[in-house]
Design a protein around this ligand. Structure first.
Ligand code: KIV
Length: 287
């Protein structure tokens, strides 16, 4: 299926019309497959740090790493709306740095939007980036960059006070101009309340079926990341064991000599003795 590349206003227009799909991508091959499957948006998430770069959390991810991978995703999926995830400390220090770093996603990786985590504390940065002409996606609930402050990777908004705070943050981000809002790891009933209270689409991850769209980390959906699997993730296929099986077969066949066979080799189409003639006396070389 071929996508018609969506824009931020197209995503807003989908509110109440149909469900929005977003998946993470970190390289051109996956981006190509996800684009041909017809996903609405691709997110170069800072989950890159954990699923691809092998960090323990998303905190160490740098702007340069994000740009490197976002540019690869853009090359693989030129026709899909691409969202670049702003890494930790790329938007908190000052509005000026936030705008400059958001700009790198647009100038160096041809992204169509950026995403950043946080509530009231990031509204000024959100406004500054939007004022500079770049659409912004918000992200509240469990925000992995500041998971320590939230007491770890836990469901957020379980008590009245934190549920109210999340509702207020959603409204503040809508007021600041975000075109959509990721709700991560919050109770489904609270996600429903937030989704009804704001006019921009909510994109849920561990937030139940009432959101206007859903996002998953592609490596989780495909069963490629075995280190841990959050309980809200559905493995649509479990590829890691299949990959290990294929690699074991390759090694066994190399060792027993059955790979490469004739079908996977190039037959020599010259007389081998000519090679030696040629080496001995260049005047006797045949073409
Ligand atoms: O980094 C990421 O992949 C994300 C999604 C889980 C929303 O932020």
């Amino acid at each position: 299926m071929q996508n018609m590349k969506l824009s931020a206003p197209d995503i807003i227009a989908k509110k109440g019309v149909g469900k929005i799909t977003m998946l993470t991508a970190y390289d051109a091959s996956f981006a190509r497959m996800l684009e041909s499957a017809g996903v609405d948006m691709l997110l170069v998430g800072d989950s890159l740090g954990m699923v691809v770069l092998g960090y323990e959390s998303t905190v160490p991810v740098t702007m340069d790493e994000m740009i490197h991978h976002a540019a690869a995703v853009r090359r693989g999926a030129p026709g899909t709306m691409l969202v670049g995830d702003m890494p930790f400390l790329s938007y908190q220090v000052s509005k000026k740095e936030a705008v400059a770093n958001a700009g790198r996603f647009f100038k160096e990786a041809a992204c169509d939007a950026v995403k950043l985590e946080g509530g009231h504390e990031v509204c000024k940065a959100v406004r500054a980036i939007i004022d500079a002409g770049m659409p912004v996606m918000g992200h509240i609930g469990l925000t992995p960059q500041t998971a320590g402050k939230l007491g770890g990777f836990k469901v957020q908004g379980k008590d009245v006070e934190s549920a109210r705070r999340l509702l207020e943050e959603a409204k503040a981000l809508e007021g600041a101009g975000v075109f959509s809002l990721v709700l991560e790891c919050i109770p489904d009933g609270l996600a429903n309340i937030i989704s009804e209270a704001i006019s921009i689409p909510t994109i849920g991850i561990g937030a139940g079926a009432g959101c206007d769209g859903q996002v998953l980390v592609t490596h989780d959906l495909l069963g490629l990341f075995e280190k841990f699997v959050p309980s809200f993730v559905k493995n649509y296929i479990n590829l890691a064991p299949e990959i290990k099986k294929a690699v074991a077969s390759f090694m066994a066949e190399v060792k027993d000599g059955s790979f490469p066979d004739k079908d996977h080799s190039f037959p020599l189409q010259i007389d081998p003795s000519d090679i030696f003639k040629c080496a001995d006396d260049k005047t006797k070389c045949t073409k």
